[in-house]
Every structure is written in structure tokens, then in C-alpha cells.
Design a protein around this ligand. Structure first.
Ligand SMILES: [Zn+2]
Length: 316
């Protein structure tokens, strides 16, 4: 009798587990966005209504894995797309562990010429794991579960000269041959930097779901904001709900003209506690205040989560 009862209890547990997974697989009607608390850096996890995951940047170090574990159910190792906005350490450092630990289908990156050991290691792992690479050399858009991802920047790639992974200068391609270490060989085209400031080579992403608009600026600064304002696409971002401000809310980004154009309901400053750069800069916060724009900081709030059904949005 006792054994029967135990069997029934465990059977009921299995049924509940299977039912939970079945319901989860149907998806929700929400787009969810988590601005992860990764210290000084950026990492944003986007989950589509049918649970496709897009990770934009990966912070500086392994802290990102801990933050991701709070968002992604235990046992699930799938991330559909990883977007590397630009190869600075506070965006790429944590991605190296993410690439190693998770199953990634595709990586988007701006193949800008930039000498960095971390960029080299990152590309090695992407190549060795046969992850599809999408070179973001021009604007484009794709739809995933009704969510539109539109790349607004960079707009053009100026292909560079000679090859060389350690060339800080000109190269048309990088050949990574690690056959001696048992790693695979890859080759990718490279683009010249927009203005030698790699922050301004950041991929800028507009994410739209119904009436909800999210603008992710990477570390793009005032120069990119000016280019976007004068572009023919500028009408597309004149009603932003949530803006992940460029360059950790530094004074080198979030110009008044750009904020007036985008008119965000909420700005996110992704930055670490007591960081050595003084982000977010006081001048930038004053500009937000003067325009009556609400802002939140990951160094104060921890991970910041919003969700939307395409009509309205809320923190959760
Ligand atoms: Zn940064």
C-alpha cells in the first residue's frame, strides 16, 4: 500500500513536470528584456514570445554566466543569436564563457579591424564550434516571432587592405589557422573603423514588437547619434519606449538632440558600482532630468526586467 502511494506521488510529480514543460513550449504573448547586472559592461537578454533568445553583448567576465542563470531555466543551454555590438572587453569578455557554455546558433558582429586578444579568442571559439557568423556590415532587419530586429548602424563597410590578425592597420580578412592546436580554420572579411573610435563601430539595434520600441545603442557616442539623426531612417526611432543609452550613460553619448528625437519613456544606464570611469556621468543624468526622462541604473537596481505584449509594457 505504501509503495503504491509513493508511486502515485512520483507519477504525479512527473506529470506536473511534463505539463509545465508543455505549457512553456507554447510560448507566452510577451516579449521580455533583461538588462543584466554584469558590473561595468553591457549584457541584454531578449526573449521572444516563443522563447527564442537573443543575447546582446556579454559583459566583461564570468559574472555574466551567473546573471544568465537567473534568467534561463536550469538545463536549457540554447541561445539563438548572440550580438557582439563591438569588441571592447566590457562587452566581449563574458561572451567567451557564454560561447563555451551555451549552444549558440548564430553570432552577429561588426567585423571591424581591432587588435584585441579577447576578440581573437572569441572568434576562435565561434569558429571552432561551427557557429554561423553574420557579418553586420550594413543595415538590415529580420523578424523573429513577430519581433522585428532592425540594425540601424553601421550603415556601410569600407573593406580594409591586407590580411593579418595582429595588424592594427589594414586587412581584408583574417585567417585563423589553429590546426596545430586542433582548432578549425575560419576566414572573415574585415571593415575599417568608422572614425577610429571602436565605440562608434557599435551595432545599434532597434527592436520592435507591436507598439513597443526598444533602442539598444551599444557604446555608440554623439557622432553616431548625429549620423542617425540625419539618416533617412530617423523617423523609425522617434517614439522609443526604452532606450539602452550609449556608452554606459557617459557624457560622450545621449546628446540632448538625440534624446529629444527618440523621446524615450525610460533610459537604462548599464554600469558597474563605483566604476573607474564615473559612469553614468553627472552631466548626462542632468540632461535626462532637464528633459523629464526617467532613468534606471543597473549598479543601483541590479538586473532590470521589462516585458510587453506589444500594446503596453511594464517592469517585472
Ligand atoms: Zn562599454
Amino acid at each position: 500500500m505504501k509503495i503504491d502511494l509513493e508511486k502515485k506521488v512520483s507519477l504525479a510529480g512527473i506529470m506536473i513536470y511534463l505539463l509545465f514543460n508543455l505549457i512553456s513550449s507554447f510560448g507566452s504573448s510577451f516579449l521580455k528584456v533583461s538588462f543584466l547586472d554584469v558590473g561595468q559592461g553591457d549584457s541584454i537578454l531578449i526573449e521572444s514570445p516563443c522563447h527564442k533568445r537573443i543575447l546582446v553583448d556579454g559583459g566583461e567576465n564570468a559574472e555574466t554566466l551567473y546573471s544568465l542563470a537567473d534568467e534561463i531555466p536550469f538545463g536549457s543551454k540554447k541561445i539563438d543569436i548572440v550580438v557582439l555590438t563591438h569588441p571592447h572587453l566590457d562587452h566581449i569578455g563574458g561572451l567567451i564563457d557564454v560561447i563555451r557554455f551555451y549552444d549558440i546558433s548564430e553570432v552577429w558582429l561588426n567585423p571591424v579591424v581591432y587588435e584585441s586578444l579577447y576578440f581573437e579568442i572569441f572568434l576562435k571559439y565561434v569558429c571552432d564550434k561551427d557557429i554561423s557568423i553574420k557579418l553586420v556590415e550594413n543595415t538590415f532587419s529580420i523578424d523573429i516571432d513577430g519581433v522585428r530586429f532592425r540594425v540601424l548602424w553601421p550603415v556601410t563597410c569600407q573593406y580594409s587592405g591586407e590580411y593579418g590578425i595582429n595588424d592594427a592597420g589594414l586587412s581584408t580578412s583574417i585567417s585563423m589557422n589553429y590546426a596545430s592546436k586542433g582548432m578549425k580554420t575560419c576566414q572573415i572579411s574585415r571593415c575599417l573603423s568608422f572614425d577610429e573610435n571602436v565605440n562608434n563601430d557599435s551595432i545599434v539595434l532597434l527592436v520592435t514588437f507591436g507598439d513597443f520600441n526598444l533602442l539598444l545603442m551599444g557604446d555608440a557616442e554623439n557622432e553616431v547619434e548625429s549620423e542617425l539623426l540625419s539618416s533617412t531612417n530617423s523617423l523609425e526611432f522617434d517614439d522609443i519606449d526604452v532606450l539602452k543609452a550609449g556608452h554606459h550613460c557617459s557624457k560622450t553619448a545621449s546628446s540632448q538632440a538625440f534624446l529629444e528625437k527618440t523621446n524615450p519613456d525610460l533610459v537604462i544606464c548599464s554600469c558597474g558600482k563605483d566604476n573607474k570611469f564615473g559612469h553614468p556621468h553627472e552631466e548626462t543624468l542632468e540632461t535626462f532630468d532637464s528633459l523629464d526622462i526617467d532613468y534606471l541604473r543597473t549598479d543601483f537596481e541590479g538586473t532590470i526586467r521589462v516585458k510587453t505584449d506589444g500594446l503596453s509594457w511594464q517592469r517585472y
